[in-house]
Design a protein around this ligand. Structure first.
Ligand SMILES: *[C@@H]1O[C@H](CO)[C@@H](O)[C@H](O)[C@H]1NC(C)=O
Ligand SMILES: *[C@@H]1O[C@H](CO)[C@@H](O)[C@H](O)[C@H]1NC(C)=O
Length: 286
């Protein structure tokens, strides 16, 4: 389904190599040479989603580098990778995290990092993905309701880790197959918040999806009209796209230079866009 499997495959191998090296090197100067101290996440670990089975979601959290508000009010972004089954460490180390893995398996600073002025929480979702633990294959969610249920438990546990997290507005973001997780989680949070006391709610402020695979059958049949009525393409381009649409029966139409991994293709633009969106500026101004 993905148009960038070679890129993903290649990046995945590099990431696995990188993580394997990290895993095997004890905390010594050697590991610090590979991953400078400032590249370590603010927090990382496991958020248990089932106390009976021990299944848990793995996370890494990076606090805002240059927050413009007190941390207790600084927006907190959650990033969910697609797949299904892709580790959010792909987004962390190849797209929007503060430190990117290079081709020679070192790290370099990312000027387009999404944690410039917001906190960013990467979660390996669902259980069984990346470093997340599924106690049994049967427990791995088969539907979006169960995905959202686990994420909700995990987010509430995360918020409890620090008093400062309680009051922060939370934005759920993701790309590709997370086009299913993001709305499912947003919906679940709203439903739960309605029946929970204020102190137990998740302070959801917004959801954002990049190139989401929310409902492919509908999406692929409507690219042309969507792009046209959003003002992105003209009459001639609309006709071309409609013709392509007819040929692409399965899942997607490839539009030249419209990258699948926008935060990696255009890091500074993606950073500016997410900041404008959260802060109601630019394109997103009222
Ligand atoms: C935890 O696991 C048990 C045993 O598989 C199951 O009955 C229960 O529904 C699970 N709870 C959640 C929150 O998924
Ligand atoms: C690794 O690559 C980066 C650029 O991507 C370069 O700056 C750095 O010197 C390289 N490190 C080594 C050990 O080759």
């Amino acid at each position: 389904m993905e148009s960038v499997i070679p890129l993903h495959g290649h990046n995945l191998l590099k990431l696995l190599l990188f993580l394997t090296i990290l895993h095997h090197v004890p905390h010594s100067t050697t590991s610090l040479d590979l991953l400078p101290k400032e590249a370590l996440p603010t927090k990382s670990g496991y958020l248990e989603v089932n106390s009976t089975t021990g299944s848990a979601l793995f996370y890494t959290y990076y606090e805002a580098q240059k927050p413009t508000t007190p941390l207790s009010q600084t927006p907190l972004l959650i990033w969910l990778q697609g797949g299904p089954g892709c580790s959010s460490m792909l987004g962390n180390f190849y797209e929007l995290g503060p430190w990117l893995v290079t081709s020679n398996v070192s790290v370099k600073h990312n000027p387009g990092a999404w944690n410039r002025i917001f906190g960013v929480l990467f979660i390996d979702n669902p259980i069984g993905t990346g470093f997340s633990i599924a106690a049994s294959p049967q427990e791995i969610p088969r539907n979006q309701h169960d995905v959202a249920k686990h994420l909700f438990i995990a987010i509430k546990k995360f918020i409890k880790l620090d008093d400062m997290f309680k009051t922060r507005p939370i934005y759920v973001t993701g790309e590709s197959y997370a086009g299913k997780y993001v709305p499912a989680l947003g919906y679940y949070i709203l439903k739960k918040n309605a029946i929970l006391p204020v102190s137990s709610r998740v302070n959801l402020a917004g959801v954002a999806i990049g190139n989401g695979l929310t409902d492919p059958a509908t999406q692929t049949a409507t690219y042309a009209v969507n792009a046209y009525y959003s003002g992105f393409i003209n009459d001639k381009q609309k006709k071309i796209l409609e013709n392509l649409q007819k040929k692409a029966k399965l899942s997607h139409v490839v539009v030249l230079n419209a990258g699948h991994l926008v935060p990696a293709d255009q890091p500074l633009n993606s950073q500016a866009m997410i900041e404008d969106w959260v802060l109601d500026r630019g394109l997103f101004a009222d």
